[in-house]
Write a protein that binds this ligand. Sequence first.
Ligand code: GTA
Length: 156
Amino acid sequence: MALLFKDPNKISAYRDRRFQGSQEEFEHALLTSTTVYVGNMSFYTTEEQAYELFSRAGEIKKIVMGLDKNTKTPCGFCFIMYYSRDDAEDAVKYISGTILDDRPIRVDFDWGFQEGRQWGRGRSGGQVRDEYRTDYDPDILLTVRRGGYGKLVQKE
Ligand code: GTA
């Protein structure tokens, strides 16, 4: 295992504020989990497409698509659960930054999927970062997917 993947501070910058446990438990989960989070996906990417790409790193146990809690439609993220830790590490190493449906996806270690985590936590139903984003996302051709500026910024 690469040294990089032994230090929890180096393997993920993300801290889930809803994790119910100590920092130590969170770090241990990050270092041992076989689940990865995938972000910056197109709202149109299907579970089948994600399966096709992520099975290149190893056999997948389950995929959970992230959904807008109001519309119940995909909102740009998913969780991929592998059987093996090595395969999860390969997904982070080799698939993060690759293009899926014209978007560079981000693959991050995750502490483990639990029921409820599939829903966007933003006030408007989607992901929090899609509300606060101040950078311009060129994927604006269809307003229902990511595109333009964040939702709150658009209202200003
Ligand atoms: N493993 O990077 C990740 C990740 N993200 C971004 C979300 N999830 C992740 N898991 C991993 N790595 O289950 C998971 C969440 C949840 C699901 C949906 O995806 O654990 P969410 O994206 O809707 O909500 O989650 P989350 O993660 O609770 O939002 P967060 O991290 O607080 O905020 C996301 C971004 O918005 C951050 O960049 C933050 O800086 C920014 N932001 C938040 N609040 C503000 C604010 N008030 N002002 C400005 N920026 C803000």
